[in-house]
Design a protein around this ligand. Structure first.
Ligand SMILES: C[S@@+](CC[C@H](N)C(=O)[O-])C[C@H]1O[C@@H](n2cnc3c(N)ncnc32)[C@H](O)[C@@H]1O
Length: 193
């Protein structure tokens, strides 16, 4: 099935959890993986894999099966991701359970978190739980990258995420606005390595 149609179907089924009507553009995907060098000691954890818009770029730089773990909630998307990315470790699960999913996965030490979750439209308590999970990996030394849409940049939940990260890990590195994405977005990166 066409990726855009598959994404739109997922959105129509669950708008709050999907949070966008189109997958990330190649320009945003490339910015999300900039300077990432996956290895078993610096594995990539991708949260909210969707249709794999970023995964397809990650696939080109992940060289073995213990350097990548993807977590996606939607059952239909996971079924199609497994068909499209048979060599990538993609688990159907909730990012609220990230550390236990990771412990069972056999994937190496997480060095990068590529987070595509729509914090703006997730319930508060879910967003808070996921941030606590992310914090556990950051405490071990990790780079965290997410994107925020320009139109939602000052929504309370977007500000809350930035404040949570800023309080613990300092100032974010923000990319220029990626206008070739619908809608335009910034990437934000914090690192504890
Ligand atoms: C904005 S889409 C991003 C998809 C893709 N990474 C991209 O950039 O095009 C967010 C994805 O996060 C997934 N998601 C939402 N809440 C989740 C959760 N609690 N745990 C895991 N995945 C979740 C949704 O099903 C959706 O596929």
């Amino acid at each position: 099935m066409n990726e855009n149609i598959e994404f739109l179907q997922a959105f129509l089924k669950n708008p709050g959890k999907v949070g966008s009507i189109t997958p990330s553009s190649p320009e945003l995907a490339q910015k999300m993986i900039e300077r990432i060098k996956p290895s078993k000691d610096n594995a990539v954890l991708e949260l909210g894999v969707g249709t794999g818009a970023i995964t397809k770029f990650l696939q080109e730089i992940v060289t073995d099966d213990i350097s990548y773990l993807g977590i996606e909630l939607d059952r239909d998307l996971v079924r199609s991701l497994r068909r499209n990315f048979p060599d990538m470790c993609i688990v159907r699960g909730n990012a609220c359970d990230t550390s236990s999913i990771y412990q069972r996965s056999g994937v190496g030490k997480i060095g990068y978190i590529i987070c595509c979750l729509p914090f703006v439209s997730l319930p508060n308590e879910v967003g808070e739980q996921i941030l606590l999970e992310i914090d556990k990996f950051m405490q071990q030394g990790c780079t965290f990258r997410t994107f925020q849409y320009a139109h939602g940049y000052y929504f309370p939940s977007a500000i809350k995420l930035r404040a949570f990260m800023h309080d613990r890990f300092g100032k974010a590195k923000r990319s220029p606005l990626i206008v070739k994405n619908v809608p335009p977005a910034y990437t934000l990166t914090w690192s504890t390595v």
